[in-house]
Design a protein around this ligand. Structure first.
Ligand code: PRP
Ligand code: MN
Ligand code: MG
Length: 179
């Protein structure tokens, strides 16, 4: 798979160090609480797994599967619930865990949904932020790395469901998605 990438943007070690740093920040923030971490499937799975290792407070995890992209490269603007939470967010301190924020549409939808369901607080942590892709005004509470407007894959991020298993973040060669 490495030869299908133009470059590696963020190494495995940089991701681990960042997860440790953000985990410390999150532990401090929720030291009086019992937060509910909501991982947004599928992309957030590796980051969720790495992040919680570095969070030193009692917490609960749950997952929601929403999709806005399908197999296409451009956001349709539609957010679909594929799998809802098992847990009620009412009265809970919710931390949404994302791999990347691009247009912001997925998160805008989830934040509004959790407020509507009467969460006590809703915050967002994302490993990657791509501010150039924004279509709605949305700033993550905690963010790992800012990435350029390139096609990034790996560590949960896919192109047509592939590359999620790469332990680092890379930029796909254009010939891969241009066919
Ligand atoms: C990707 C990514 C984020 C979302 C960000 O998920 O994992 O969840 O898009 O894009 P946005 O800010 O433009 O909404 P996708 O919908 O591709 O599903 P996946 O996580 O299963 O790949
Ligand atoms: Mn996702
Ligand atoms: Mg995707």
């Amino acid at each position: 798979m490495r030869d299908e990438l133009k470059e590696i943007l963020i190494s495995e070690e940089e991701i681990q160090n960042k997860a440790r740093e953000l985990g410390g920040e999150i532990s401090e923030h929720y030291k009086e609480a019992f937060p509910l971490f909501v991982g947004v499937l599928k992309g957030a799975l590796p980051f969720m797994a790495e992040l919680i290792k570095h969070v030193d407070v009692h917490l609960e995890i749950d997952f929601m599967d929403v999709s806005s992209y399908g197999n296409s490269m451009v956001s349709s603007g539609e957010v679909k619930i594929i799998k809802d939470l098992n847990t009620s967010v009412e009265g809970r301190d919710v931390l949404i865990v994302e791999d990347i924020i691009d247009s912001g549409l997925t998160l805008k939808y989830l934040i509004e949904l959790f407020h509507y369901r009467k969460a006590k607080s809703v915050k967002v942590v994302t490993l990657l932020d791509k501010p150039d892709g924004r279509k709605v005004d949305l700033v993550p509470d905690i963010s790992g790395f800012t990435v350029p407007d390139a096609f990034v894959v790996g560590f949960g991020l896919d192109y047509a469901e592939r590359y999620r298993n790469l332990p680092y973040i890379g930029v796909l060669k254009p010939e891969i998605y241009e066919g």
